[in-house]
Design a protein around this ligand. Structure first.
Ligand SMILES: CC(C)(COP(=O)(O)OP(=O)(O)OC[C@H]1O[C@@H](n2cnc3c(N)ncnc32)[C@H](O)[C@@H]1OP(=O)(O)O)[C@@H](O)C(=O)NCCC(=O)NCCS
Length: 185
């Protein structure tokens, strides 16, 4: 499966949690997810309209084929309850991002789904470094990625524009050996 992901994503599973490629049927739950102000509050430009979602699905399939992006729907049983992505920004390095529906926050879903995503990024996409840029005010997400094994590297001043204002982000990194060590501990 080393590079076959470019032709189509596998389904990743842990118990009732699964990650599979975002599909047209995810339109309702994903548009609703990004319309929720608790979710979109700290995100630069999530797809909040149906049109934006459809453009995103097309874009994401094209960039996957080019080996630069994987976009997963997060599923709990048969329900889509979030999305996660890996975006290759340089050889061996990718940015990852995630959003879960608020009723799923604090349930352990992030740890399971985030673990599946990182494992896929390291083992299948053969990446070495994952980066997470998280809004400085978004302390919940910072604690969540820290618990996944990520390390804060510094503050990125005025790194994204939202609602007419520039916001700071914290850069987190997770290297392959660091992730492997968290799996052993
Ligand atoms: C980021 C996200 C996926 C994390 O999932 P989650 O289920 O909320 O994360 P967890 O509950 O596993 O971890 C959050 C931790 O932060 C803690 N926490 C909650 N609110 C906090 C706050 N305001 N300040 C500090 N810590 C906080 C929680 O108690 C929890 O720690 P614990 O497990 O020791 O109790 C989810 O919150 C989300 O979808 N947020 C909106 C989108 C987003 O911000 N994405 C990240 C940017 S890419």
């Amino acid at each position: 499966m080393a590079s076959s992901w470019k032709g189509g994503l596998p389904t990743l599973r842990q118990g009732r949690v699964s990650l599979r490629e975002i599909q047209p049927e995810d339109e309702d739950p994903i548009v609703a997810l990004f319309r929720d102000p608790r979710v979109s509050r700290h995100l630069a430009d999530p797809p909040r309209s149906r049109k934006a979602f459809r453009q995103f699905v097309k874009w994401s399939a094209g960039t996957r084929l080019a080996g630069r992006y994987t976009g997963f729907a997060v599923r709990q049983g048969a329900r889509t309850v979030g999305m996660m992505y890996v975006w290759v920004v340089a050889p061996g390095t990718a940015e990852i991002g995630f959003a879960l529906s608020p009723p799923m926050w604090g349930t352990g879903l992030f740890r399971a789904a985030g673990g599946l995503l990182c494992r896929f990024a390291f083992d299948v996409m053969k990446l070495h470094r994952l980066e997470m840029r998280i809004a400085a005010e978004n302390t919940r997400a910072q604690v969540a990625v820290y618990k996944l094994g990520a390390t804060p590297e510094g503050l990125l001043r005025d790194s994204f524009l939202k609602d007419g204002r520039y916001h700071d982000s914290v850069m987190f990194r997770l290297l392959r050996p660091e992730f492997m060590a968290t799996l052993r501990s």
